[in-house]
Write a protein that binds this ligand. Structure first.
Ligand code: ZN
Length: 235
């Protein structure tokens, strides 16, 4: 019997503690995938008994951890629709309407890069201008929308664009959203596929998405000023 086979029998996931509850069980596909990764790591003949013992339940644990970081597109749409339903109506009328920005950030969220499935840490700044006949979102809902949209393997630019679309819905848009006069999103990402492998650089990457009113240079500037203020308050 090869040592790899021996290790494989040792690492068969044992279902301890909370693992015995069906609602907590890992998805079979993820379990299979992480079992294979585990087998790959266990091919090392120099692994000690302690190494093997520490990794005994890792396939189950990893499968659950990974599942907690990703949602399906349907789940995301459903959650966004739910969050948008809890908005508050604006009382202003067209006549006395002046564009007022609501800006929030940094909202720290974690996502996955679609190219390596490694984690990305984002600091997100979002801004939108409620339409006179539109809705104002609860502040915690704004952060939840960003968090929900980040729970999938997604390109940084696409994530910025999707958040901006939710905060400024336009006719024909598939993604749910609120009616607003414009939205702006700035994402600063720290990609572990860049920092822990390859070039091993800690460099940050920023992306910006602007919609409607924020295409005007003076509004774009107001957005960056608001970010500056929020960043100063943070320090
Ligand atoms: Zn990557």
């Amino acid at each position: 019997m090869s040592s790899t086979t021996t290790h494989s029998t040792l690492i068969t996931p044992s279902f301890h503690n909370d693992d015995i509850h069906p609602e907590n069980s890992a998805h079979p596909l993820l379990l299979k995938a992480f079992q294979l990764i585990h087998d790959y790591l266990s091919r090392d003949n120099d692994l000690s008994e302690a190494d093997l013992a520490n990794m005994a339940d890792t396939p189950v644990r990893s499968a659950k951890a990974f599942a907690s970081m990703v949602k399906t597109r349907t789940e995301i749409d459903k959650e966004i629709r739910h969050l948008l339903r809890t908005g508050f109506p604006m009382e202003k009328h067209e006549a006395d309407y002046t564009p007022e920005l609501i800006t929030q950030g940094p909202i720290r969220v974690y996502s996955l890069c679609p190219h390596h499935l490694l984690s990305v840490e984002y600091d997100v700044f979002v801004s939108y201008i409620p339409a006179p006949d539109g809705m104002v979102l609860g502040l915690s809902k704004l952060a939840r929308i960003v968090k929900t949209l980040s729970r999938r393997p997604v390109l940084q630019e696409q994530l910025a664009s999707d958040i901006a679309d939710v905060l400024s819905w336009t006719e024909g848009q598939k993604m749910p959203g609120i009616k607003s006069t414009g939205s702006a999103v700035s994402l600063v990402g720290k990609h572990s596929c860049m920092s822990c492998r390859g070039v091993e650089s800690e460099a940050m990457t920023s992306s910006t998405a602007l919609r409607k009113e924020f295409w005007k240079p003076e509004m774009e500037q107001k957005f960056y000023k608001a970010i500056e203020l929020l960043t100063l308050r943070r320090d």
